[in-house]
Design a protein around this ligand. Sequence first.
Ligand code: CTP
Ligand code: MG
Length: 226
Amino acid sequence: MIWAVLPAAGRGQRFGGDTPKQYLRIAGKPLIEHALTALLAHPRVAGAMVALSAGDELWPGWSELLGKPVLRCTGGNERADSVLAALRALPAQVGDDALVLVHDAARPNLRGEDIGRLIAAAEAAPDGAILGAPLRDTLKRAGRGRIVGTEPREGLWRAFTPQAFRRGALTATLAEAARAGVAVTDEASAMERSGVQPWLVEGREDNLKVTTPADLALAEYLIGRH
Ligand code: CTP
Ligand code: MG
């Protein structure tokens, strides 16, 4: 059984404005609905757990979408706290060995083909797998606004979501990072701390995370295009 976990408790400070970005609409639907339906449309995904901020009044109150359960819980101060809360709130039938797909609510343009390839990689790998893509730009090191060096790009990837791990292992490793006071910005970095090497699955570059207003315009342009 595979469940999706969606951290959606952020405030979108870099985006600005009054409405948290996961509730901004493109192509007639809020970003979070695009993200949820992309995951639930995949035949292997059985349900979704969404982490919301405590005072969230914008959540549409779905208990199911596409005929699959949508559950909610309260998230935390950091993204990792929200993911940990959601993992703990999953129903008991999602066992410790079950795969969970953690996906940002602010990533609306996820394709089924990427979900399928990620699941296939994660099922074959004890340490999980994430979607990502190799860097394409030339990398400059900056010092007080000037270039002080050019860094080798080889072997560097950008990390996307979903990130696929076993429920029990991911819960334990996120709890340990929280106990140690270590900030982790994605699930893989928490797993890496415990010494494992998750697989990188090359995904579509149009699976972008909406961080700024320019990203929203780009997401709207890209959504539904192949
Ligand atoms: N998120 C969350 N709980 C938090 C912070 C973030 O569930 N305490 C979620 C966001 O809602 C988003 C995803 O994690 O779906 C990716 O985080 P990010 O892009 O950083 O979103 P925000 O934290 O909302 O934006 P910002 O960092 O600009 O404030
Ligand atoms: Mg954030």
